[in-house]
Design a protein around this ligand. Structure first.
Ligand code: 5GP
Ligand code: MN
Length: 352
């Protein structure tokens, strides 16, 4: 058996053809991501970017705002443009593009202020994403919430288009990084056997998976590590009867540890390591808003919780939201919400 035969056509072949034809027809192509781009948003974008450049396209990546240092090792990351730093220039590029890719987000609102410019651009638009409820203003929509990551979808797109042989080591590394970060190092959302067949295909491109793991997960500053210790020892509440844990940081707490962007990435995962905790929440006071992250196990729908109380959404077991009010109000809203979800929390706990 040829090892490549076992990857199924998740994206309908006709759609793959349409996307490749759109690329062929376009000259100026812009790839965009959601606010605070993560490993998957950047991994998928950079992999596609390198592919487009190899085809001689004038490709660019524009992200709404900055991203953490531990993602800057990826090849091409220095060429990423940040909308927030120069909105006028970015608007010009977006409005004169032939083709715009929206990667790793479902609706333009998730791209912050840049979303309006995207909506207004006359460019052809292609969505490639794995969040629920894709918007309806795309010319081509590739949306598969059951797929681990957008990076996996980029792999599938190129693979299905017959480009596996051309896939470079750099592209494979970016795809691997996105798949790894969106599955917490393959510890959740990653039980689908084909994921590992894809990884096997990536490893054949000389991806050093241990080095990528180190770049991303062993790259803490001392301040970040101390902030983690402080958060877990001083700012964690456990609600045993509700099988839930909360961690929270005020701006003052963050300042004490010279917080910089990305420092709290992954913090929300830690409380899930506690026995019988199925729902973990992280509330962080940001500038002008309160940012929330949720993680859950089994059937507990943290995306519903995020949508109901915190203007958010995301996946069943990993979601986020925002709160416009004081830090104390956000904490109170969380407590109220938790009580309302008592039944679902108990149901999910019984599945453990
Ligand atoms: P994280 O906690 O890692 O920031 O985000 C986890 C997941 O929740 C991501 O897949 C992301 O798409 C989703 N998410 C995070 N913040 C928001 C938000 O403010 N609104 C919505 N709709 N989804 C979010
Ligand atoms: Mn993703």
């Amino acid at each position: 058996m040829k090892f490549t035969e076992s990857i199924s056509d998740v994206i309908p072949p006709q759609k793959v053809e349409e996307i490749m034809a759109s690329i062929d027809r376009s000259e100026k192509i812009v790839i965009t991501t959601h606010l605070s781009p993560d490993g998957d948003a950047l991994g998928s974008s950079l992999a596609l970017y390198h592919y487009l450049k190899s085809k001689g396209k004038k490709a660019r990546i524009i992200v709404p705002n900055s991203y953490p240092n531990f993602l800057k090792w990826m090849k091409g990351s220095g060429e990423i443009e940040i909308y927030e730093y120069n909105p006028e220039a970015a608007k010009h590029i977006l409005s004169s593009a032939d083709l715009i890719f929206s990667l790793d987000y479902n609706i333009s609102k998730r791209a912050g202020d840049m979303g309006t410019t995207l909506d207004e651009s006359p460019a052809r638009k292609i969505l490639i994403d794995h969040h629920l409820f894709p918007g309806d203003n795309f010319d081509i929509t590739v949306s598969y919430p059951e797929i681990s990551s957008t990076s996996e979808l980029i792999f599938r797109l190129l693979f299905q288009a017959g480009k596996y042989d051309e896939l470079t080591q750099a592209e494979a590394e970016c795809i691997y990084c996105g798949m790894m970060t969106d599955t917490g190092g393959f510890t959740f959302n990653s039980s689908e056997p084909e994921i590992f067949e894809i990884i096997s295909l990536l490893l054949r491109k000389n991806v050093d998976k241990d080095a990528i793991y180190s770049h991303v997960f062993h790259n803490y500053s001392a301040d970040r590590f101390r902030l983690l210790g402080f958060t877990l020892s001083q700012r964690m509440e456990i609600y045993h009867e509700l099988h839930s844990a909360l961690i929270h940081l005020s701006r003052e707490d963050q300042a004490q540890f010279r917080f910089s962007k990305g420092d709290t990435e992954g913090f929300v995962n830690y409380p899930l390591s506690i026995k019988n905790i199925i729902f973990s929440t992280f509330i962080r006071e940001d500038e002008g808003l309160i940012k929330l992250s949720f993680r859950s196990q089994k059937s507990f729908p943290c995306n519903e919780f995020a949508a109901e109380f915190f203007n958010g959404g995301g996946h069943l077991n990993a979601s986020g939201g925002e709160f416009y009010g004081t830090y104390e109000e956000a904490l109170r809203t969380y407590s109220k919400g938790l009580k309302r979800y008592e039944e679902k929390l108990k149901e999910a706990k019984n599945e453990l």
